[in-house]
Ligand binder design. Structure first.
Ligand code: 6YU
Length: 503
């Protein structure tokens, strides 16, 4: 039997990237692959839950860009997990550039519905700016400039030029709408404020064509289908890893020794790390022995990883239009272009940009999903469910001007306080460049050879060069690292992988 198929490969983390890496390795003939997962379940940030009889997503929600180039879409289609509408060529052809053209209802904190004409000029300016920023070549802009700084400066200038004919009240309201859109963008990016998001690197994130779609039976169906094709017992659950001893070739035959919280030490030829960037930020200094090279450590610190949480709220009857897909809450006092609140304790709820309507209504009833990012979201996680319900009730009542509206029940996510995730997803922070994305995925040692074999490989959403923060980015990163190992063996001994072609 060849050395490759007998190599011991340990994958740390059973999210979609870990599952994808293991799947590809097993299908390529590697017989000794195992996954060590800290929790009692597979899926990581793909997490389907229940609210009453309804299937809801606590983590990943949509397939972003469901079209031929998106492997999540292709697998979901292959496993029969999608509604027929998502499969239509028309759906796949729509190019939304990351911002679905949803039908919106807009409410203001004065308790009135805003007309689309009131908000459209602000939306138009905001999306124009985002699309300009996305076109910036990655080296352009001051090294420390942020998307927030740029938008604020440009809006002030363009508003003075373009909106000079409008009255002061309309101009003020439009600036408040831009504050709301900055909060939306914090959720999209998973950042606390757009002042943390790097300007020059913003365009490195790429979108795919296709109108975002969901999994009617739950996103976890994707993980379950992939897992069902793996040998039973491949995953060890409740098995957190506390230290990866690498560069240990002098002491043991295997190149890596993996130490688990329960004291077990597992020897491996290769380890694929798929833990979230949030976890790495917090624990990298103890997770690797010897420590990571300095440039990798600096990248982990520079890259952004923030919190975006959902608050599902169910109502007996709708207070939004039947065709409404998204509800925005615009605060009348936020014309200073703000995306953070001054006092977490008193006003955390102001960070919630609004809701998406969970559809179809026949399946979900009158269910909304509120979105809140940043420190305010992290603070929300510390409150009791009763306190969150109270805040949501007050908020909806004051924005609709209807004091009788009462939520039936709520359910919120708490990604920041999940000890194995420490937040929601990655973004490129100030001063980040494509070099950081290269550093994130660089294996150890970086230049492997027969005498210096590959030891530690890095997968996970934050390691994808253009689809970071997404499920398809995570999946592709798992395949990428499996391929790295496969070609490692092919290059050091091409004949050794003959078994692969027979599979
Ligand atoms: C997407 C979407 N989506 C909403 C919310 C969240 C995320 N994403 P995992 O964490 O899954 O796995 C790691 C495992 O490691 C895990 O099981 C741990 O328990 C384990 N582990 C940790 N430490 C360990 C240890 N020491 N030992 C052993 N095991 C350990 N993505 O495509 N569509 O709608 C959303 C959303 C609330 C939280 C999302 C979405 C992100 C994905 O969920 C995420 O990327 C992948 O699941 C990660 O998989 P993984 O395997 O890497 O890690 C311009 C510009 C903007 C850029 N952003 C735009 C895109 C916006 C992204 N949108 C997200 C939106 C939502 C709503």
């Amino acid at each position: 039997m060849s050395r490759s198929v007998n190599s011991n490969i340990v994958v740390i983390g059973c999210g979609i990237s870990g599952v994808a890496a293991a799947h590809r390795l097993v299908k390529s003939g590697f017989n000794h692959v195992r996954i060590l997962e800290a929790t009692e379940r597979s899926g990581g940030r793909i997490k389907t839950g229940r609210l009453g009889d309804n299937v809801i997503e606590i983590g990943a929600n949509w397939i972003h860009g469901p079209s031929e180039e998106n492997p999540v879409f292709c697998l979901a289609r292959q496993y029969n997990l999608l509604d027929p509408e998502a499969l239509t060529p028309e759906n796949q052809a729509v190019d939304i550039g990351g911002h679905p053209p949803w039908v919106s209802n807009v409410f203001s904190s004065s308790g009135r519905r805003l007309n689309i004409e009131d908000v459209y000029p602000a939306q138009e300016m905001f999306f124009e700016l985002l699309s300009e920023i996305s076109e910036f070549p990655s080296k352009l802009g001051e090294p420390q400039a942020s998307v927030g700084d740029f938008i604020r400066a440009e809006v002030q200038q363009r508003a003075a030029e373009k909106w000079s004919d409008s009255d002061a009240t309309s101009r003020r309201l439009r600036l408040c709408v831009i504050s709301n859109l900055l909060k939306v963008e914090c959720c999209v990016n998973g950042s606390s404020t757009m002042d943390d998001v790097g300007l020059g690197a913003f365009g490195l994130y790429k979108t795919l064509p296709g109108l975002d779609c969901t999994f009617p039976g739950g996103y976890e169906g994707l993980v379950e289908n992939l897992m069902s094709e793996l040998p039973g017992g491949l995953v060890s659950y409740n098995k957190p890893v506390c230290c990866v001893h690498w560069n240990d070739t002098e002491k043991s035959e295997s190149s890596v020794l993996i130490e688990c919280n329960d004291g077990e030490k597992i020897a491996a030829d290769h380890v694929v790390i798929t833990v979230p960037l949030g976890y790495l930020k917090k624990h990298h200094s103890t997770l690797f022995q010897p420590p990571l090279p300095l440039h990798k450590m600096h990248t982990i610190q520079r890259m952004g990883f923030g919190t975006n949480n959902k608050i599902f709220v169910e109502f007996d009857s709708p207070w939004w239009d039947p065709d409404c897909e998204v509800i925005y809450f615009v605060w009348d006092d936020e014309d200073a272009l703000v995306d953070q609140v001054p006092d977490l304790h008193r006003s955390w709820i102001k960070k919630l940009f609004g809701f998406t309507v969970v559809k179809p209504t026949e399946r979900f009833g009158h269910l909304l999903c509120g979105w809140i990012a940043g420190r305010e979201s992290e603070y929300m996680e510390t409150l009791s469910e009763q306190e969150v319900t109270q805040a949501m009730t007050q908020l909806v009542r004051s924005f609709t001007g209807n004091p009788a509206i009462t939520p039936k029940r709520i359910l919120r996510s708490q990604w920041f306080h999940d000890p194995w995730t420490c937040g929601s997803y990655s973004f490129l922070g100030k001063g980040c460049s494509d070099q950081d994305l290269d550093n994130m995925r660089e294996p150890l040692p970086p230049k492997a050879s027969q005498s210096q074999p590959l030891q530690v490989l890095f997968a996970g959403e934050a390691t994808h060069h253009c689809y970071f923060s997404t499920v398809h980015g995570a999946l592709l990163s798992g395949w990428r690292e499996a391929d790295r190992l496969i070609s490692h063996y092919t290059s050091i001994s091409p004949s050794k992988l003959q078994s692969k072609s027979k599979l």
